[in-house]
Design a protein around this ligand. Structure first.
Ligand code: R5P
Length: 300
């Protein structure tokens, strides 16, 4: 059986459709004081359950909702409960950057397991170290083949380079470059605060080339836009960007609109407003069939 939280109803519905399973009925509502109430309206005893949720928007609320649904499923004696996250929040807090800071990605793992999760399927985790935070099976699924395939339809690979906008993006960018059979270039990024990044230098050559900037998350847009400007200054001819998760916080889309980025290719792992989804610089790639197939085959 599949249940969906309330974070991304359209994707939840589409995933269930691709998996060929009718979404389980549940009642979710808020008490006047803001507390969440959940009631599972199906017989779940002894059943294998998938619970879909995206923690891209309002992560604190939807995490709590996930935990409460898990508790209801566990108490209903489900045989197994696989949490399916199209976006795992707090993933960037995967290590102690300095004394006195938390490892919130690990805390989230502990919360999910103690609430009843017995498996996790996660799409494009920010860092693979998160897999090790769980003592239950974790199936890390990637949308990159979908994004790569789409890029192949847009550019002539003869004169293209993939650019990783920071050290964290090296692995993804190099996988993109390898798959596309094009050179890789890298930018050195330093984060000043959560809204500001500074970029220093570029290793590799982008002059006269089409550039595909590749990152896992676009949040404020600062990283991609700054990287695009550097590529433009260094003579890039066209600049495209791909990310798995488009959070597009605050004026991120305006920044992209006014930047040298021609197009940003992004999955629908996080719900998006009509304005973003229909923006001429945005191409949405659906991960519904990817996640639906994974659930249907129950093979990872
Ligand atoms: C950071 O490690 C991530 O991979 C992204 O580079 C970052 O989240 C992007 O954030 P922003 O769009 O705010 O620059």
């Amino acid at each position: 059986m599949i249940f969906s939280g309330s974070s991304h109803p359209i994707l939840g519905y589409e995933i269930a459709e691709h998996a060929n399973i009718v979404l389980g009925k549940r009642n979710l509502h808020l008490f006047p004081d803001g507390e969440i109430f959940v009631e599972i309206l199906e017989h779940i005893q002894g059943r294998d359950i998938f619970l879909f949720q995206s923690l891209g928007e309002n992560p604190n609320f939807y995490l709590m909702e996930t935990l409460i649904i898990l508790d209801a499923l566990k108490r209903g004696a489900a045989a197994s409960i696989t949490v399916v996250f199209s976006y795992y929040a707090y993933a960037r807090q995967d290590r102690m950057n300095k004394p006195g800071t938390p490892i919130t990605a690990k805390l989230l793992a502990d919360l999910l397991v103690s609430a009843g999760a017995t498996q996790l399927i996660a799409l494009d985790l920010h860092s693979e170290s998160i897999e090790g935070f769980f003592d239950i099976p974790v199936y890390h699924i990637t949308s990159y083949p979908l994004l790569i395939r789409y890029c192949e339809t847009l550019v002539s690979l003869k004169n293209t380079a993939v650019v990783g906008p920071d050290k964290g993006a090296v692995k993804v960018a190099s996988a993109f470059a390898k798959k596309l059979g094009v050179p890789l270039a890298l930018i050195d990024k330093e984060r000043i605060d959560s809204f500001k990044v500074e970029m220093k230098m570029l290793i590799g050559d982008v002059r006269g080339k089409t550039v595909i900037l590749t990152d896992d998350i676009c949040s404020t847009g600062g990283t991609l836009v700054t990287a695009a400007k550097i590529c433009e200054e260094l003579g890039a001819k066209r600049i495209l960007a791909t990310v798995s998760h488009g959070l597009f916080i605050e004026d991120a889309l305006d920044k992209i609109e006014n930047s040298p980025i021609e197009l940003i290719i992004v999955t629908n792992s996080v719900p998006m407003s009509e304005k973003i989804a229909n923006h001429p610089k945005v191409r949405l790639i659906s991960v519904a069939s990817l996640l639906g197939e994974v659930i249907k085959k129950n093979k990872y």
